[in-house]
Design a protein around this ligand. Structure first.
Ligand SMILES: [Zn+2]
Length: 79
């Protein structure tokens, strides 16, 4: 009985891999490409122009984030 309760508590999502974040087969963050200019956002390396720290998933960027090359909004990116 105690084991059942414990496993229910453990079912919280892990902070290191939040749900909804696209990842490559090797576990690295997926790359997102700007459909207007071809710029590739690599969350593993971060993005110095917008001062985005390495390891930031595209999904975690603020809604007003835009392409550092052509200022396209997030909705113009695909992966
Ligand atoms: Zn762009």
């Amino acid at each position: 009985m105690i084991g059942v309760v414990m496993s229910a508590i453990d079912r919280k999502p892990s902070p290191s891999s939040p749900a909804g974040v696209a990842r490559l087969p090797d576990g690295r963050l997926d790359l997102w490409v700007c459909t207007r200019c071809g710029y590739t956002y690599d969350g593993n390396a971060g993005e110095p122009v917008s001062q985005t720290a390495p390891g930031t998933p595209f999904e975690a960027l603020p809604d007003d984030w835009h392409c550092p090359h052509c200022t396209a909004e997030k909705e113009y990116f695909f992966h």
